[in-house]
Design a protein around this ligand. Structure first.
Ligand code: HEM
Length: 460
């Protein structure tokens, strides 16, 4: 007996459900799922697209059938050949040696407790520079998003190369790094005819692969001189190794280094900054939560310095971050998974090579799990063991299983540290006062909040 395909909207000949996919965003897909069910099938031209929208569907896809769904559908805008993907990219199948080696390398040299501890003083330094800069803007309107971006990017670039890449003082001017990364993400997520009709892929009709390739060249150009210079240095047991040293010691070629770092910043920077910005929007608009967080920080830090290593013990801070990730997961549909073979999920058949998404945004707002699902209530996490480490399938901002976000340990250091320092040293208000309509607009936008303008006021 072969169970049927999952239910879904009626597919048009040739086109399938391209109409829905063109307008596809997690909010309309969540609405569509209330009609068709927690496991839904759409047709993207010639491709099957399966969407899981409940914690039960997520458990089956990411836990019970994790191995089967551990491959990715690689967007055709990715400017790599299949063999490059298999040999040097995170897009590789999770069962491949390359994938396991990349994850092991990152885990050991970037995300282990030891590596993160050795970066702690750098994170603190970047934070204090940001705080000093903001103290100088007392009472003025600042584009907080840009300051956060600079601090986060420099934390990355210091872990990679022991260098800053973005100057805080450039707060008012354009930020080419951000534009490049947005360009890459744009090329990856724009609905692409080549994905629906793979035989068109070579033509690159929308120019998305070309755009991605150009942006890749530009981002690599930022660090290529550093890599070149570092190669000339004698290698050996240097103290103060950064990630680049580790890659060179492990025989990575320039091209491997370029691609790995590109993929790490593409995946890590926007997700991290968006979580911080969205937490600020929620806190500024929920004064009680803000007050409670500031009180918690005041008891913890009676000197003038936020030691990031002390932050893990702060329950309310953690609860605030979790509540932001529940309401605004930066990767609301995860990245595309792919079925390695035909299999059964929730008594339906999922065909081999189907693209599979999990709507973690919908799961985080499921009214059968969450009270007042669209309200910002960090308290709900205080007496709860729910965590985002991939074991609780009603709360999956980092995914779960073999494909869980490898950067989770780094994100959970950076995000609370920056939020804590912003609200410990400064009070914040909105330029036009607290207008509920503006709040709803800021928090509802499916794109990144931009520009996020706030007024800092000296507190400590
Ligand atoms: C709050 C911050 C972050 C969130 C919410 C987040 C979330 C996610 C999610 C949902 C996925 C896809 C999981 C899936 O498809 O099942 C992912 C993948 C990934 N993330 Fe993160 N991430 C964050 C920060 C970071 C950071 C800081 C880094 C690196 C420094 C990073 C590197 C990656 C990489 C390389 C992948 C692809 C892994 C793969 O394909 O197996 N992320 N992340």
């Amino acid at each position: 007996y072969n169970p049927p395909l999952p239910p879904g909207p009626f597919p048009w000949p040739v086109l399938g459900n391209l109409y829905y996919i063109k307008t596809m965003d997690y909010v309309s897909l969540a609405t569509l799922a209330t009609k068709h069910g927690p496991l839904m099938l759409l047709r993207e031209g010639m491709q099957y697209l399966v969407i899981g929208s409940s914690s039960v569907a997520a458990t089956e896809i990411l836990k019970m059938k994790d191995r089967v769904f551990s491959a990715r559908t690689v967007p055709s805008s990715v400017p790599l050949t299949r063999s490059e993907i298999d040999q040097l990219s995170f897009w590789a199948d999770a069962l491949s040696d390359n994938f396991k080696n990349l994850r092991a390398m990152c885990r050991a040299e970037l995300f282990s407790s030891k590596a993160l501890e050795s970066q702690a003083h750098l994170r603190e330094k970047k934070i204090m520079e940001m705080v000093e800069f903001l103290k100088g803007k007392d009472g003025l309107v600042v584009n907080i998003e840009k300051c956060v971006y600079a601090a986060v990017f420099n934390m990355f670039s210091n872990a990679f190369f022991s260098r800053d890449f973005i100057r805080l003082e450039n707060e008012s001017s354009d930020n080419p790094v951000k534009d490049i990364l947005r360009g890459i993400i744009g090329a990856l997520i724009t609905p692409n005819l080549s994905d629906a009709y793979p035989f068109l892929s070579k033509l690159d009709l929308q120019g998305l692969r070309k755009k991605h390739r150009e942006m890749s060249v530009r981002i690599h150009a930022l660090w290529e001189p550093i890599v070149k210079e570092r190669r000339k240095r004698p290698r050996g047991n240097l103290s103060n190794q950064d990630f680049l040293d580790a890659l060179l010691d492990n025989g990575f070629t320039d091209y491997q280094i370029n691609k790995l770092l590109e993929e790490l910043v593409t995946a890590g920077i926007d997700t991290t900054t968006s979580t911080i910005n969205r937490t600020m929007v929620e806190l500024v608009n929920n004064p009680e939560s803000m007050k409670k967080l500031q009180e918690e920080l005041d008891t913890e830090f009676n000197q003038d310095f936020v030691r990031t290593s002390n932050l893990v013990q702060l329950p309310y801070l953690r609860a605030c971050v979790k509540e932001t990730l529940r309401l605004h997961p930066p990767a609301p549909l995860l990245l595309s998974h792919r079925a390695l073979e035909t299999c059964q999920v929730m008594n339906y058949t999922v065909p081999k090579n189907a693209r599979v998404l999990v709507n973690v945004w919908a799961i985080g707002r499921d009214p059968s799990t969450w009270d007042g699902p669209s309200e910002y209530r960090p308290n709900r996490f205080l007496d709860s063991a729910l965590d985002f480490k991939g074991n609780d399938f009603e709360f999956l901002p980092f995914g779960a299983g073999r494909r869980i976000c490898p950067g989770l340990p780094m994100a959970t250091k950076i995000v609370p540290a920056i939020i804590a320092s912003l609200v410990y040293f400064l009070d914040w208000s909105l330029p036009h006062g607290n207008d509920p309509a503006i709040y709803e607009k800021l928090r509802a936008t499916s794109k990144m909040i931009e520009p996020l303008l706030l007024i800092p006021k000296f507190r400590k």
